[in-house]
Design a protein around this ligand. Structure first.
Ligand code: ZN
Length: 443
């Protein structure tokens, strides 16, 4: 038994509350404890209370003195494209000069340039770059991310990306559990050594894998030919090898239309995958309605979703995942209607959309800033949207996203006294330290 006592948080932002995503007037309720603390045993939260109460029960626990800083559950980033090769610096510069997407694509940029680099990269190279990205997330206070494939667009390259995600993920079995099981046989010793090697290799960040083979139609293929490849070859492999929990589609003009998206998502659902979708980003193509019909877990982007789309999401209990970082980085002002969604009773989530083309940021605090300044969410609503609501959108609301007894001790300490400072100061990191399952993961 290893125990840890966190003491002297100016505000311990617990987000304790009903065991479901938060809606409407529940969203600004952070259940903060002034001068808070918590006791952690074997990576799980045991007791939450005031610092004085925890100190009395701490026994011989190791002490983490938050020193009057804010303590939050680790951010849960429910939409990222974590694994890719290279960057899109040339596109970035061209866009700054005023060029539009078509000109950039003609000059060899756009998503296709990332696909070519990702296909050319070895699994080891992709792993090294993704591990660096994972460190960036931890450094911003994020302890869980969803990560999509989608820059391979062939069977082997999509599987390569999903395997990188699998390797980056922390192994389920903790090494001390193995030690305690009194290993005698050499096979068990070998297995323990492999587990330890996997633990050393893992990024510290917990990663939820999503298959996004339908991210774009590869050059030289007809759309229907590629849809067939996704359904008949990619999806069965992904499901059999258990490489993803979710299936996602980029439903947009020039990518996958409503009918193609419906075909792919329906096939994925039959194989037991849960559904997410990139919809209504550039045009309102009734993507929100499609995802509602299919009972998807989330509908992501929604910049162009109207009242009918919002009503459809509400009727089917689909969680919207809003991505203001991509609106900002593309130089657009067309943010999704967050206020209307909250007023309609949707369990709103915000995420970074970390990717090399349209949202090159791993920073959830930057997303909090954009949520408040551009989408008129309150700082408290933005924190709920990036922790407990995001956890439920990844089917992990019972394990992460709040600081409550029985949950994993994933938390971040920020160098400020009031949680609102996280959204208020912007453009620099306020992270003091980050813990995953009670172990220090950053710095
Ligand atoms: Zn995306």
């Amino acid at each position: 038994m290893s125990s840890l006592a966190v003491l002297h948080a100016s505000q311990l932002i617990t987000l304790a509350g009903p065991k479901r995503p938060r809606i409407g007037q529940e969203m600004p309720d952070l259940a903060a404890i002034r001068n808070g603390g918590m006791l952690i045993c074997d990576g799980e939260i045991d007791i939450v209370g005031t610092s004085d109460e925890i100190e009395k029960k701490a026994g011989d626990a190791d002490i983490v003195d938050a020193g009057g800083r804010v303590v939050l559950p680790g951010f849960v980033d429910a939409h990222t494209h974590l694994v890719f090769a290279g960057n899109r610096l040339d596109d970035f510069e061209r866009r700054a000069r005023g060029e539009i997407y078509e000109q950039i694509a003609k000059a060899g940029g756009g998503i296709w340039s990332t696909v070519e680099k990702t296909r050319a990269a070895s699994e080891a190279d992709l792993f090294a770059q993704a591990k660096k990205h994972a460190q960036w997330f931890l450094g911003c206070g994020t302890t869980t991310v969803e990560a999509k494939s989608g820059y391979g667009l062939t069977v082997p390259d999509e599987l390569k990306i999903l395997r990188v995600i699998q390797r980056l993920n922390s192994p389920r079995q903790a090494p001390d559990v193995i030690r305690e099981s009194r290993i005698t046989s050499t096979a068990a010793q070998r297995e323990a050594a492999q587990q330890e090697a996997a633990r050393q290799e893992a990024a510290g960040l917990e990663i939820v894998p999503t298959f996004l083979g339908a991210h774009a139609i590869p050059r030289g293929m007809r759309p229907d030919e590629y849809v067939d490849l996704v359904i008949n070859e990619m999806l069965p492999r992904v499901a059999t090898e258990e490489l993803a929990e979710f299936c996602d589609v980029f439903c947009e003009r020039g990518y996958f239309d409503i009918e193609q998206s419906r075909k792919i998502l329906t096939a994925a659902k039959k194989l037991g995958l849960n559904l997410r979708g990139h919809v209504d980003q550039l045009t309102n193509s009734s993507g929100a309605k499609l995802l509602s019909e299919l009972n998807a877990t989330t509908a992501d982007h929604l910049e162009k979703t109207d009242e009918q789309g919002i009503a459809a999401l509400k009727a089917a209990n689909v969680q919207p995942v809003l991505l203001p970082g991509s609106v900002y980085a593309l130089g657009s002002t067309s943010y999704p209607r967050a206020r209307e969604m909250i007023d309609a009773g949707l369990a709103v989530v915000i995420a970074t959309d970390f990717n090399p083309g349209s949202s090159p940021t791993p920073s959830m605090p930057m997303i909090l800033s954009l949520a408040c300044t551009q989408m008129k969410m309150s700082p408290a609503e933005a924190i709920t949207a990036s922790t407990i609501n995001a956890a439920y959108s990844l089917n992990r609301g019972d394990r992460i996203g709040s600081l409550e007894p029985g949950k994993l001790a994933n938390f971040a300490i920020f160098d400020c006294e009031d949680y609102r400072e996280l959204a208020y100061w912007f453009g620099f990191p306020q992270t003091h330290s980050v813990y995953v399952r009670g172990e220090r993961a950053f710095p």
